[in-house]
Ligand binder design. Structure first.
Ligand code: NAD
Length: 510
């Protein structure tokens, strides 16, 4: 038996009363809107209640951030890194509990819940290292006794809008980089996962209180109306980093652009694996199964399409269907479960409707396809055999549905892999250098992520994460993406006694 009330209390959450929905250095409980009632996707039970943040709560967060920014931007970056390091340490201490809460609230299986917290810890480490490496360039000037440099300054307040399926890790991707860059953060978590957000605020507050930096990280747990849209329209928020559906990105992208703000969009994916005749099929089988079924198909990087070269297609499909039959589906809190529930009843309905549409359009459901009749939001992992170009397969549906296609050649596989509106993650399984290099080349995958002999899902901190086309073009969590969170300034310094102009232009008033 899991003692969920005790777990919640350890994380600073009241299992009985209404919890605060706003954190601006202090915790606020506003009672003007009905509270958000959090049901666990594993059995539908009520976990706790959180007050629904209002527009006034959003204002509190922005105001606290603006005040903190005046000091934070002048705090040396390595000292900002020290604050993030301490948050990472607190996360290490809370890993078991916070990971368990991810399981109960978001329905991720045990190792994925823990993995989400580990990703935050990894992100903290990465950001701490970067806090001593916010390098600019020294550029050669064409003028004598002149020097040009490029330096990076904080941009101000970063708004972070996050999705339910990575309820805490995505915040850390943004907040830790923004933080070491000298920015302050206002977080709008998904209203479907408010408890993990609140638990993170409790953890962060311990560090901000003792280091004197309350106001740097703020959070308003509301919906798009009370928090999301005010943030998107807010000139005081120069950068909005938003993770969620492509439809959300379509709504907010133009509005941020209209005020000439900056946006970092991490939107829907429709990821594919190509398996060539010469592939190591054992590797490919595990990678495809994990990619398609892990997180119950609710990752932006979930494998949704599988292109099998004709020589191995029939055998691989048979082995995959057999493997699906052995995947334990059920309570995500039970060790051994590999596929947990969908997030809510709405997601189950979407699954049901999609399966009907697939059958109607002529897709062949090889296994799965049914809603599981038990408390909670469980569906069967599903494999669909479909003809190339199958219309249903071009949309992202957040459920464990995998479309399988036969292809004759690598060219055909790449063509169809790229022939969808999204461009997040992709992978090829092959032992051929030629095939893998073609896949990674400019005539290969058009995705932000392209892997060889590993699956589409399970990115690690350090590489820039994100995708092209309708995935939004944003990059997070690695490489040089810290630059997105800063403003670049070019300085030309004249240490001579003349004032030569560039390009030989002459101007004299002597
Ligand atoms: P969603 O679009 O329903 O919601 C995401 C967030 O956006 C929530 O906080 C929501 O309240 C907010 N939001 C929605 N409309 C808004 C608006 N008009 N203005 C301001 N805020 C608004 O997405 P979801 O169902 O929570 O998450 C699943 C989606 O997220 C999938 O499409 C998945 O692929 C995508 N996702 C992408 C990445 C990535 O890195 N590319 C990562 C995780 C999830």
């Amino acid at each position: 038996m899991h003692d969920i009330p005790a777990l919640l209390r350890r994380l600073g959450i009241d299992p009985v009363g209404v919890n605060p929905g706003c954190y601006d250095g202090e915790f606020h409980t506003d009672s003007s809107l009905p509270p958000i009632v959090v049901h666990s996707p594993r059995d539908g039970a009520v976990l706790a209640r959180v007050s629904h943040a209002t527009k006034e709560d959003y204002e509190r967060c922005v105001s606290a951030g603006l005040v903190a920014f005046e000091r934070w931007k002048m705090c040396p970056a390595p000292q900002r890194g020290e604050v993030v390091r301490q948050i990472g340490d607190e996360l290490r201490k809370a890993k078991e509990d916070l990971g368990a809460l991810v399981t109960f609230e978001a329905g991720k299986v045990v190792t994925e819940g823990l993995g989400e917290v580990q990703e935050m810890i990894d992100m903290a480490d990465f950001a701490v290292g970067l806090s001593r490496q916010l390098y600019g360039l020294v550029i050669q000037s064409e003028r004598p006794r002149h020097r040009m440099i490029e330096q990076w300054h904080p941009i101000g307040t970063v708004g972070v809008i996050s999705a339910f399926n990575f309820p805490v890790a995505v915040w850390s991707w943004n907040a830790f980089l923004a933080g070491i860059c000298g920015d302050v953060v206002v977080w709008k978590p998904s209203e479907r996962t408010p408890l993990t957000a609140l638990a993170v605020c409790r953890i962060v507050d311990r560090v901000l209180e003792r280091t004197g930096w309350r106001g740097v990280f703020n959070c308003a747990i509301g919906d798009r109306h009370t928090v999301g849209e005010p943030m998107v329209a807010d000139h005081r928020v120069p950068l909005v980093s938003a993770t969620g559906s492509t439809s959300m990105g379509r709504q907010i992208g133009p509005r941020i652009a209209a005020r000439l703000g900056r946006s970092l969009l991490e939107l829907g994916g429709n990821n594919a694996v190509i398996v060539m005749d010469d592939a190591d099929l054992r590797l490919a089988l595990t990678a495809v199964a994990f990619g398609a079924v892990g997180t119950a198909g609710q990752r932006c990087t979930t494998t949704r399409r599988l292109f099998l070269q004709k020589g191995i297609a029939a055998d691989f499909t048979r082995r995959l269907v057999a493997a699906y039959g052995k995947i334990p589906v059920g309570d995500p809190a039970e060790p051994g479960t590999m596929c947990g529930p969908l997030i809510d009843r709405g997601a189950v309905e979407t699954f049901r409707r999609t399966i009907d549409a697939i059958r109607h359009a002529g897709g062949d459901v090889l296994c799965g396809g049914r809603v599981i009749d038990r408390p909670g939001n469980y569906v069967e992992p599903t494999i669909v055999k479909a003809p190339l170009g199958f219309a249903c397969s071009k949309e992202e549906v957040f459920a464990p549905i995998l479309y399988v296609f036969d292809v004759a050649s690598l060219d055909e596989a790449i063509h169809h892999q790229n022939d969808v509106p999204q461009g997040l993650s992709s992978a090829i399984f092959t032992n051929s250098v030629r095939a893998s290099e073609q896949f990674l080349s400019a005539v290969g995958s058009d995705c932000g992520i392209a892997n060889v002999n590993i699956g589409t899902s399970g990115a690690e901190i350090g590489g820039a994460f994100g995708g092209e086309k309708e995935t939004g073009g944003g990059r997070e969590a690695g490489s040089d993406v810290w630059k997105t969170y800063m403003r670049r300034q070019t300085n030309t310094i004249n240490w001579g006694t003349d004032l030569p102009l560039a390009q030989g232009v002459k101007f004299s008033i002597d």
